[in-house]
Design a binder for this molecule. Structure first.
Ligand SMILES: Cc1cc2nc3c(=O)[nH]c(=O)nc-3n(C[C@H](O)[C@H](O)[C@H](O)COP(=O)(O)O)c2cc1C
Length: 416
C-alpha cells in the first residue's frame, strides 16, 4: 500500500488526502517511515525534550491524581481487536463523514487552548496540516492565533470551538467572526463549569500569580530554542484580545480580563440560544452521560463529542471508550457520536469505531508532533495515525470504516 507517499515527510501520497481514501494492499512491503518519526513515541519524546517542564506538564497533565486520565488509556488498552486472516480487502476505505465534513479518515484535531506555548503560530500550523490531510480541525476560543489569522492562512475550512462568555454580546461577536471566516461548524464546550484542579500545574508554580522558582530558570536555560521562539512570537489569547480594554494585549493582561468573564456552566437555554444563532453544524463537546447526550440532541445538536477533556476535568469520571457503547444504545444509530480522550493511535481509532463512535478527536497526539516539528510534525502525527488505522483495518479484515465487521472489538467491558 502506501509505499508511495506523496508528502515531503514520506516522499509520496498518503492514504485519503487528495486520493479517494482508498488504500491498496501492502502485503510484504517494508514500512515507509517519516524522517521525522518512526512512530508516535518519537514525537512525544522530542516534545518532552523541546518543551520546558511546566509547558510539557501543562500539556500532559490531568486533573487531581490523574485517575480518569490514566483510565482513558487503560480502558483502550484492555480492549481487543478481532484478528481475521482470510478475508482481506484489496482496497480499504477510511473516508468518513464527521462534524459536517467529508474527512479522509474518521479523525479530527481537538481544540487545544494556548497552543502557541508549544510552537509559534501554532494554530496556523495545525490548521494547515489538517487542511492538507483532509481532516477537521477545531480552533479554540483560547487560541493564540485569531479566527481571522487562521482563516487567512489555513488553506481549508476549520471549526470554531466556543467557550461561552457571560456577556452574550461577546458570544454573538465570536459567532459572527466564525461565520465571517466561513467556519462550517461551531463546537460548544460544556464540560468546564469549573476548571479541574491540575496538580502538576500547581506543583510547577503555574498559579495566579505565577510562582517562579530557580529551577524554572535552569529549565529554560536548557531549552534556548524554545525560549528564542517564544520571545520571538509571544502568544496571547488572540480571539479574546479585541474585547479586552486598554492597549496591553499580552497574555497575562488578556487572561486576567477574560478569567472572570467565562460563563463556565452551559445551560439548556444557552444551547437553545446557540442553536438559534448558528445555522451551521452545531457540535456539543464534553458530554459523557447518555441523558446529557439526549438533551443535547433534543436541543438540536448535530453532533456530540463524548469527552472527559482528556482526563482534565472530573476526577473519577469514566473513560469515554467505556461510555460510548452505553450512549450509542441510548440514542440509536443515527446520532453522530465523536469520541475523544486517550486516543493515541490508529488502533485506538478502530476500537472507538467498533464501540460505536463515528469518529475520534485527538488532542495530545497531534500536539506532540506540533511541539516537535511544527506543521510538519502535525502532518507526521496524522500520517502515523492513518498508517496505523490502515494496518489495523488490514489485520482485522475491515474494508471500510463505515461498514465494520461483526464483533470487531471485544474485551472485559465490551458489549461485543
Ligand atoms: C493542553 C490542553 C488544552 C486544551 N484546551 C482545550 C480548549 O481550549 N477547548 C476545549 O474544548 N478542550 C480543550 N482541551 C481538551 C481537548 O480538546 C480534548 O478534549 C482532549 O485533549 C482529548 O484528550 P487527549 O489529549 O487524550 O486526546 C485541551 C486539552 C489539553 C491537553
Amino acid at each position: 500500500m502506501n509505499e508511495q507517499f506523496d508528502s515531503p515527510l514520506f516522499g509520496s501520497p498518503v492514504a485519503g488526502t487528495e486520493d479517494s481514501g482508498e488504500h491498496a494492499p501492502r502485503r510484504g512491503a517494508m514500512i515507509r517511515t517519516s524522517p521525522l518519526a518512526n512512530h508516535a513515541g518519537d514525537l512525544k519524546a522530542l516534545a518532552r525534550r523541546r518543551l520546558p517542564r511546566i509547558v510539557y506538564d501543562f500539556l500532559e497533565g490531568g486533573s487531581h491524581d490523574e485517575i480518569s486520565m490514566r483510565r482513558n488509556r487503560a480502558d483502550f488498552d484492555a480492549l481487543f481487536l478481532r484478528q481475521r486472516v482470510f478475508d482481506h480487502f484489496a482496497a480499504r476505505k477510511s473516508q468518513a463523514n464527521m462534524l459536517g465534513q467529508r474527512a479522509s479518515m474518521p479523525v479530527g484535531l481537538a481544540p487545544i487552548g494556548m497552543s502557541g506555548v508549544f510552537y509559534p503560530r501554532a494554530e496556523i500550523c495545525v490548521a494547515r496540516a489538517a487542511a492538507a490531510f483532509g481532516v477537521p480541525y477545531c480552533l479554540s476560543t483560547l487560541a493564540t492565533c485569531s479566527i481571522e489569522e487562521v482563516s487567512a492562512a489555513a488553506g481549508g475550512p476549520f471549526l470554531f470551538q466556543l467557550f461561552m462568555m457571560k456577556d452574550r454580546a461577546i458570544n454573538a461577536s465570536l459567532l459572527e467572526r466564525a461565520a465571517e471566516a466561513k467556519c462550517p461548524g461551531l463546537v460548544v464546550n460544556v464540560d468546564t463549569a469549573v476548571q479541574g484542579r491540575r496538580n502538576r500545574d500547581l506543583d510547577n508554580g503555574v498559579t495566579i500569580p505565577l510562582n517562579l522558582r530557580l529551577w524554572h530558570l535552569f529549565d529554560l536555560v536548557r531549552r534556548p530554542r524554545w525560549v528564542a521562539r517564544y520571545l520571538g512570537n509571544k502568544p496571547t489569547l488572540a480571539n479574546l484580545a479585541p474585547y479586552a480594554p486598554g492597549d496591553s494585549k499580552d497574555l497575562a493582561s488578556v487572561s486576567d480580563w477574560a478569567e472572570p468573564r467565562f460563563k463556565g456552566a452551559v445551560h439548556t437555554e444557552d444551547l437553545e440560544w446557540l442553536r438559534q444563532q448558528w445555522p451551521g453544524t452545531l457540535i456539543v463537546k464534553g458530554v459523557l452521560d447518555p441523558e446529557d447526550v439526549k438533551i443535547a440532541l433534543d436541543l438540536g445538536a448535530d453532533s456530540v463529542v463524548v469527552s472527559n477533556h482528556g482526563g482534565r476535568q472530573l476526577e473519577g469520571a469514566p473513560s469515554t471508550i467505556e461510555m460510548v457503547p452505553r450512549i450509542r444504545d441510548a440514542v440509536g444509530d443515527d446520532a453522530e457520536l465523536i469520541l475523544d480522550s486517550g486516543v493515541r493511535s490508529g488502533f485506538d481509532v478502530l476500537k472507538a469505531l467498533g464501540r460505536g463512535a463515528n469518529g475520534c478527536l485527538v488532542g495530545r497526539a497531534y500536539i506532540y508532533g506540533l511541539a516537535a516539528h511544527g506543521e510538519q510534525g502535525v502532518a507526521a502525527a496524522l500520517h502515523l495515525l492513518a498508517q496505523e488505522l490502515d494496518e489495523a483495518m488490514t489485520l482485522t479484515g475491515t474494508g471500510n470504516v463505515n461498514a465494520l465487521p461483526e464483533n470487531l472489538v471485544f474485551g472485559p467491558s465490551s458489549r461485543g
